[in-house]
Design a protein. Sequence first.
Length: 331
Amino acid sequence: MKIGLIGCGKQAWKHIAGLGNEEDVEIAVCDINTDRARAIGEKFDLPWSDDVDAFLADDTLTAVNIATPTLTHADLVMRAVEAGKHFFCEKPLCRHIDDSRRIRDGVVEKSLIGMVGYVYRYSPVFEVGHALSGLDVPNARPLGAPVAASFRIGGRGDHEVWKHRQESSGGAISEMMVHMLDLAIWYFGPVRSVQVVSCELLRPLRHIAGVDVRVDAEDFVLARFEMAGGLQVLIQADLVTPAFSQFVEVQFERGSFMGSIQNDYPSYVFSTEAADMYPEGKTPLRFGTINLFERQMAAFCEHVRNDKPLERNTIDDSLRVMEALEMLRQQ
């Protein structure tokens, strides 16, 4: 099958590498910036184009992979859907809740695979946390019901100016928090209500690509989310942390889960008594280095290849994230 990648910026390399392991996949690339499209095409010996209209009209494309700034997502995704093409789109799905509902309706009507890049769902350590949380099988919770949870993610973010401008839907919420919000929803179900504790712009002057620029999107946010079952979840996200930092902590009735994609961060299950596969005390979780992009893109290709409905990262999953973001932005 042939997959067309739209957007030849920083993320394109990861997407090409992720798709490159699929033996039956042919890749083509497109970007309205001719130099970027040509550079990526020549670098990886791929056919390239700077004409998005012609690219989307290409009948040989089975699916499109959208790795462009957030403000372009809704238009590109809907054009792909209208053309009857499966799609993968970087997070978040779009800027506005109405667009996400329109996309969902189109995907359902045309029976398409539409996947959004919440890559942390493909981390083995977070799969453990999901199983412990027991959303799918509440009676099989080895540590009991969850009673409290906190999620954190932080990084510098100084790669592109658009990531720090409100007009282009940048900021810590859409760039960082959405990842942890999606995990929280995967663990505990939809969000019932939101309380913003802090939403600030701490670094209005940024040094990006060798130039000092003024920015206006929030770079620090802390919010409390009440999930459908009543659980209170704290999520902190920022674009001011010098070195990437990320973790998830869930307290249960009879133990704890601590998880991170960082190998130098402690990940473990602590159980106050022997339960299922977990002995009393601390059980370290070690998975080594896992390429989450490869796992994610392999899953997308498998579902497109076999015309099989997605099991995670569905459009409905992304719609729940969008609904929570709508509550957050109304605060």
